[in-house]
Design a protein around this ligand. Structure first.
Ligand code: SF4
Ligand code: SF4
Length: 298
């Protein structure tokens, strides 16, 4: 199989996981031909390929042109990582106007030759048709391997759709608990459910698949790097911030309004990896747009 591996606007983290696949990487190279991968080899032109693995977001006109080109040349396109699937942390930049971003980045100096930015950051499938998705920031090696095994065999990779809580092995503490609180204020007790302990854990709304490694292995709340679960994306009644506030209110025995005050940075707490996702944006628009206002958006 002919394969291309490329980045748009990204940190190259997903490609780093690809390179860290160790023995399986040799299997991939032995059984397929990687014809375009600027991160790995000197390659300038994208040839016709069977599968293109695309990491990152469309941040400017150059990325848009590259995304269009890869779509034309690849039989199948895979969105690699949460940036490509849901916009990722880069979506947080949309809280600011383009001029403000340029001012912060380049200090207000005119930037000669800089390509025009896109008005709004969106997932890759808002620009081109995507066949396969592998969210994760970055995806674990196990997820990457399983995904590539399926995609390189020409079959649809598994799409985990349940929530992180379903695979999280923790016990529930006695309620009520103090909070809402941050891990810097009081370290969580390992092995106990974080949201039930008064910490804003995004596990109930986040896609499963990573093995709930942050709560179970490190004892810290999930930040949602696998992106929203199917229910969070598809159920119009699901409200990421509202649901987190309700769960924290129940855990701490406080009123929802009081908890809401304490969650004073909802963009980072609840939407860190998915602020750009159109399915969630639609719910924040018009009369029901308090999120975007509270998040300091336009
Ligand atoms: S710690 Fe987080 S991911 Fe685990 S069960 Fe509790 S809310 Fe869900
Ligand atoms: S627990 Fe949450 S933040 Fe941590 S790797 Fe899994 S999805 Fe990402």
């Amino acid at each position: 199989m002919q394969v291309a591996l490329l980045s748009l606007s990204s940190c190259l983290g997903c490609q780093a996981v690809f390179l860290g696949l160790e023995e399986y990487l040799y299997t991939i190279i032995g059984e397929n031909r990687i014809s375009f991968a600027p991160f790995l080899m000197d390659s300038r032109e994208i040839a016709e390929v069977d599968l293109a693995l695309v990491e990152g977001t469309v941040r400017h006109a150059g990325h848009f042109a590259r995304a269009r080109e890869v779509r034309e040349k690849a039989a199948r396109v895979a969105a690699l990582g949460t940036c490509a699937c849901f916009g990722g942390v880069q979506g947080l930049a949309d809280r600011f106007a383009e001029e403000e971003i340029m001012r912060r980045r380049f200090g207000g100096e005119p930037c000669e030759g800089a390509p025009g930015g896109v008005k709004r950051l969106l997932p890759l499938d808002s620009f081109i048709k995507v066949d396969y998705y592998l969210p994760g920031c970055p995806p674990t090696q196990e997820l990457m391997k399983g995904f590539l095994q399926a995609a390189l065999a020409g079959t649809q990779p598994l799409r985990e759709g349940s929530t992180l809580c379903a695979e999280c092995r923790v016990s529930c503490p006695e309620l009520p608990q103090p909070g809402p609180r941050r891990t810097t204020e009081a370290p969580p007790r390992k092995g106990e459910c974080l949201i039930e302990s008064g910490y804003a854990c995004m596990g109930p709304l986040t896609r499963d698949g990573c093995g709930a490694r942050c709560p179970t292995e490190m004892g810290v709340p999930c930040r949602g790097c696998r992106g929203p679960s199917d229910r969070a994306l598809l159920d119009p009644g699901t409200d990421l911030k509202g649901e987190t506030v309700r769960r924290l209110a129940r855990a701490t025995g406080k009123k929802a309004g009081e908890v809401e005050e304490a969650v004073n940075d909802p963009a980072h707490t609840c939407f860190m990896f998915c602020l750009a996702e159109p399915a969630l944006r639609r719910r924040r628009r018009e009369g029901s747009s308090p999120y975007i206002h509270r998040m300091g958006g336009r």
